[in-house]
Ligand binder design. Structure first.
Ligand code: NDP
Length: 248
């Protein structure tokens, strides 16, 4: 059990990649706190699955872009479990459209959830990680933040920003036994693709040397590895999980 005695906080753990990460960490022995924004039913399903694995779970509706909600989530998690060893900043959204049509609201919503949310959650958790001289922070970036993607100026900016954020934090807390890394998925089959049309999906598939979409479980394996003690000497890195879409 890689995560026996460990406590993980996974934002956006109710669906997709976050759900797979929460369940993977629990399977490794971690107790898990997970947050969601609106889908209480999905979050309750994940909680039940984690309890069936014999782990403790705390579920909270908490919007990552709202300071008070994030502080409450972290406070409740520390009250419930006494510590937070692993933080997975997974909550994320898209509002895809070409830049000339992109409203200020589209821009703000994506940046506030994806980038500001990660800043708020990391800051809120960091003090307890520094005190315990141990922490694993894993941020969900995207290949879109590395090579860009037409129609995703807001999303690509948020995901590129996350890489810079990850590296700055990695340098700040390295001496405290805390690592910070990013995982950059490619085309993973989840609800986030629902607004994307068939033609654009097909084009994306053609860019993938492995010739298929990835699964949330395949991303969860990469996140889990970076959260283990075995990854103690890896920090400030970006691990692509994209079927070879972006190399080098
Ligand atoms: P989904 O849309 O399937 O799930 C998103 C999750 O984030 C849900 O649990 C949702 O909660 C939660 N969430 C959204 N906004 C907030 C918020 N403001 N506060 C708290 N929780 C929130 O997305 P994926 O699983 O596909 O994506 C997960 C992460 O991986 C994202 O950061 C995404 O950008 C990244 N990623 C995904 C890729 C893919 O191909 N799928 C590719 C590259 C990166 P609720 O259920 O309540 O709505």
């Amino acid at each position: 059990m890689q995560f026996e005695g460990r406590v993980a906080l996974v934002t956006g753990g109710s669906r997709g990649i976050g759900r797979a990460v929460a369940e993977r960490l629990a399977a490794g022995g971690a107790d898990v706190a997970l947050s969601y924004r609106s889908n209480a039913e999905a979050a309750a399903e994940v909680a039940a699955a984690i309890e069936r694995q014999g782990r403790r779970v705390h579920v909270a509706q908490s919007d990552v872009s709202q300071l008070q909600q994030v502080e409450a989530l972290v406070r409740q998690t520390l009250e419930a479990f006494g510590r937070i060893d692993i933080l997975v900043n997974n909550a994320g959204i898209t509002r895809d459209t070409l830049l000339l049509r992109m409203s200020e609201q589209d821009w703000d919503a994506v940046l506030e959830t994806n980038l500001k949310g990660t800043y708020l959650c990391t800051k809120a958790v960091l003090r307890s990680m520094i005190r315990q001289r141990y922490g694993r922070i894993v941020n969900l970036s995207s290949v879109s933040g590395i090579v860009g993607n037409a129609g995703q100026a807001n999303y690509a900016a948020s995901k590129a920003g996350l890489i810079g954020f990850t590296r700055a934090v990695a340098r700040e807390v390295a001496s405290r036994g805390i690592t910070a890394n990013a995982v950059a998925p490619g085309y993973i089959h989840t609800d986030i693709w629902a607004p994307v049309g068939e033609t654009a999906r097909q084009k994306m598939l053609e860019l993938i040397p492995l010739g298929r979409t990835g699964t949330p479980a395949e991303v969860a394996e990469a996140v889990a590895f970076l959260a283990t003690d075995a990854a103690a000497y890896i920090t400030g890195q970006v691990l692509n999980v994209d079927g070879g879409m972006v190399m080098g």
